[in-house]
Design a protein around this ligand. Structure first.
Ligand code: FES
Ligand SMILES: [Fe+2]
Length: 438
C-alpha cells in the first residue's frame, strides 16, 4: 500500500508536479515515424498533460508545437501543413519546426514582429522509426538514450503504439510484475504459445530485486527441475520503461515505454526485437495481424478504432477499452482463456486499467510477488526527492549508455547466483546475440 501523498507524487504528470518534472529531464518517444507524412494532416498530441500538435514538414523534419496559436490561440490542429511550415488558419501565421514565425500575411510587410514571437515548440529527433521529443528545462537537450531496441536495424524490430486508458504507473506495474504471466495469460484449451512457457512449470515464484544505475532488476525465481532454477529478470528502466526477457522458442526481447499522455491515459509504445538478426517474417506478421483474430503482445492492425482526427493520438486508440469491457467473454473462460479476455496485451490492459484510471493505492494489499513493485516505487520516490530537494538528477539523464541493458531468462544450477551469471547477459551488446541458451 502507498500513502495518498506518495501515490499522488507518482501518478501526476503535469508540469510542476514531482513526477512530471522528472519525466521532463528525459527524451520521450512520442510517435512512430511511419505515421507522420510530409505535408500530411497535423496530428494532435497530448503529452504529459500538454495539448500539442505534431507535423512533418515538406523537408521531412518533425515539429511538435503547442496546439494554441501564439497570436490569439486558434487551434493549430486545423493548421495548413505546407511549404516547410504549419500555418494557422485564423490569420495565417506560419511556424517552422523550431517554433519560429516565418510568415504573417496580414501584417505590414515591414513589421518586425516575426522576430519577437514564437510558438511553444519542443525539439524532436528521429531514430529507427521512432520520433522523440525533449520537453525539459535545459536549453541544450541531453543525448538521446542508447536503448538497444532503438539502435538495432529496423528489420530486427517490430514497433506498435496504442493508447491505454489508465495512469502510466498502473501500466508499468503490470509489466514488472511477472507472477501474473502464466495465470492471467493462461489458456484452457492447451493451444497457443503460453502453454510452452517455462514459467508455467512453477506458479509460485520468489523475487529478488537489485538497484541499478538505470533503475531496478526484478528477478523471479522458479523451480525448473530437481537441480535447476529458472530465473526471469525483468528490468525497470528510468523513467517509464519495462523490459521483458525472451521465452524459450520465442527469441525476442520485448518491452514498453509507458508514456503519459496525461494523468489518466498512457501511450504504450511496444518494441520486440532480436539483438542480432532480422525478425522472421512470420513473427512480424503475427505481431501485425494477430493470430486467428486474437491479439498477441502487440496491438494488431485489426485492433484499432476509428477516431476523429481531432482526438489526441487519433491513430492509436483501440476497440479494447473500459467502454467495451475489453471484449470480455465469460463463456470463453471455459473453452479458451483463463481470463476470458481475448489476447495477451488485452489481458494486461484490462487488469492494469482496473477499476479507475487513477487507482487509489491506499486500498491495496501487497503480497510477496509484489516485491518488484514495492522496490520500484521506492526507487522512484527517492529519485523524486533527490531531484526536488537537492537538484540531483538520475544518472541516465546525462549518460546515454546507462540504458544499454537487456532483460534475461536463465536456467541455472541451484547454487549459481543469477546476478553473477547474468551480469554479462544483462548488458546490451550491439549486434551480439543472447549468449545463453533460451
Ligand atoms: S490566431 Fe493564429 S494567426 Fe491568429
Ligand atoms: Fe502480462
Amino acid at each position: 500500500m502507498l500513502s495518498h501523498d506518495d501515490n499522488e507524487k507518482l501518478v501526476r504528470v503535469g508540469a510542476g508536479t514531482p513526477m512530471g518534472d522528472l519525466f521532463r529531464l528525459y527524451w520521450i518517444p512520442f510517435y512512430l515515424s511511419r505515421d507522420l507524412t510530409p505535408d500530411g494532416q497535423p496530428k494532435r498530441v497530448k503529452l504529459l498533460g500538454e495539448d500539442l500538435v505534431a507535423f512533418r514538414d515538406t523537408a521531412g523534419r518533425v515539429g511538435l508545437v503547442a496546439n494554441a496559436c501564439a497570436h490569439r490561440g486558434a487551434p493549430m490542429m486545423y493548421g495548413r501543413n505546407e511549404d516547410c511550415g504549419l500555418r494557422c488558419v485564423y490569420h495565417g501565421w506560419k511556424y517552422d519546426v523550431t517554433g519560429a514565425v516565418v510568415d504573417m500575411p496580414a501584417e505590414p510587410v515591414r513589421s518586425r514582429m516575426k522576430e519577437r514571437v514564437r510558438i511553444k515548440a519542443y525539439p524532436c529527433r528521429e531514430r529507427n522509426g521512432v520520433v522523440w521529443t525533449y520537453m525539459g528545462p535545459d536549453a541544450e537537450a541531453p543525448a538521446l538514450p542508447n536503448m538497444e531496441w532503438n539502435l538495432v536495424p529496423e528489420a530486427n524490430v517490430s514497433l506498435s503504439m496504442r493508447i491505454q486508458e489508465c495512469n502510466w504507473l498502473q501500466a508499468l506495474e503490470g509489466e514488472i510484475d511477472s507472477a501474473h504471466a502464466p495465470l492471467l495469460h493462461g489458456r484452457i484449451d492447451e493451444k497457443g504459445s503460453i502453454n510452452d512457457w517455462v514459467a508455467k512449470k512453477d506458479l509460485r515464484p520468489t523475487f529478488e530485486c537489485v538497484r541499478q544505475d538505470f533503475g531496478m532488476s526484478i528477478a523471479a525465481r522458479r523451480r525448473f527441475d530437481d537441480t535447476t532454477l529458472y530465473w526471469r529478470v525483468n528490468q525497470f528502466v528510468m523513467p517509464f520503461y519495462s523490459l521483458v526477457p525472451p521465452q524459450s522458442k520465442y527469441p525476442e526481447l520485448s518491452g514498453h515505454a509507458w508514456v503519459p499522455m496525461d494523468d489518466e491515459n498512457t501511450v504504450c509504445l511496444m518494441f520486440s526485437y532480436h539483438p542480432a538478426q532480422e525478425l522472421y517474417p512470420k513473427t512480424r506478421a503475427l505481431f501485425e495481424n494477430g493470430h486467428d483474430g486474437r491479439e498477441t503482445g502487440h496491438a494488431s492492425r485489426h485492433a484499432y478504432a476509428e477516431k476523429d482526427a481531432s482526438t489526441p493520438y487519433a491513430d492509436y486508440w483501440t476497440k479494447f477499452s473500459p467502454a467495451t469491457n475489453y471484449r470480455f467473454d465469460y463463456r470463453s473462460q471455459e473453452t479458451t482463456w483463463f481470463s476470458g479476455l481475448p489476447g495477451l496485451w488485452v489481458q494486461d490492459a484490462a487488469c492494469q486499467s482496473g477499476i479507475a484510471p487513477v487507482y487509489d493505492r491506499t486500498t491495496e494489499n501487497l503480497c510477496s510477488s509484489d516485491t518488484g513493485i514495492v522496490m520500484t516505487r521506492r526507487f522512484l520516490l527517492e529519485s523524486l526527492a533527490a531531484y526536488r530537494e537537492r537538484g540531483i538528477r538520475p544518472q541516465g539523464v546525462a549518460d546515454p549508455d546507462v540504458f544499454m541493458v537487456r532483460a534475461v531468462s536463465l536456467q541455472l544450477p541451484e547454487e549459481e547466483r543469477w546476478a553473477d551469471a547474468g551480469r554479462i547477459h544483462m548488458q546490451a551488446r550491439l549486434g551480439e546475440s543472447f549468449g545463453y541458451k533460451l
